[in-house]
Design a protein around this ligand. Sequence first.
Ligand code: PDD
Length: 285
Amino acid sequence: MSRIAYVNGRYLPLRDATVNVEDRGYQFSDGVYEVCEVKAGRLVDERRHTERLARSLSELRIAAPMSPAALGVVLRETVRRNRVRWGIVYLQISRGVARRDHAFPAAGTAPSIVVTARNLNLDAAEKLAADGVAVITVPDNRWERVDIKSVSLLPNVLAKQAAREQGAREAWFVDGQGRVTEGSSSNAWIVTRDGKVVTRQVDHGILKGITRTVVLDAIAAQGLELEERAFTVDEAQSAREAFITSASQIVLPVVRIDGRPVGNGAPGLIATALRRDFHRYAELT
Ligand code: PDD
């Protein structure tokens, strides 16, 4: 089956789905994106993803190419045409096509929109969660507005590649004070030896993950103790558990940080339970 992408109003086979070479997303990374989990062919937390998208667009002063309702139709249709049961839908909006000039193009330049969707391998994902993953740490060398979900991901790309080259699944960014900010494509969490769940507070220094928000609801509902604060690499390495969250990975236990085992080196109970129960707290539409 050939995959289908939505590009500026048309559904096209992937090989014909192209954007203009003067698209500002291509030339300047001048755009934003969202990744939404698809479960049983339905969108997970569409409302929250749509709200975050609107915020990213408004922070960068990019016009919304369509209403949230119309976008919902396009997301669903792309999922349907690609026969996605469990997987992801990806959407990207750039400031549009214009002769190359760093400053914004003329008012009225239409933003570009692309949507793709694909199945993920559920068995492989469950195996990864059952085994747990390794993370490495790298200096956080990103700009100061990573709360905006922009497609400017070069530091994240280099960090993830460093992780791969060291046999790890994810790289955690660490700020100048030795504190973990977040993963290259996930939020970072630990469970302390006395059972408190800790994740960094949201400000301009991390992305406010939708999965993070839903996991906070799960934590509150289950009566777990929570601390929203930064934690150091040392604290993480001596924690009882660690895990990461993102739309495509849900909750994924971390069992090694820079080569040192976390807890007993196996996935933790809280992370495993949060993964199992996650969709009870998410919105499926
Ligand atoms: N990444 N932090 C960063 C830097 C991310 O790129 C992501 C998501 C998250 C988690 O956000 P959410 O829970 O809303 O997925 C945190 C997506 C999945 C990606 O780039 O593929």
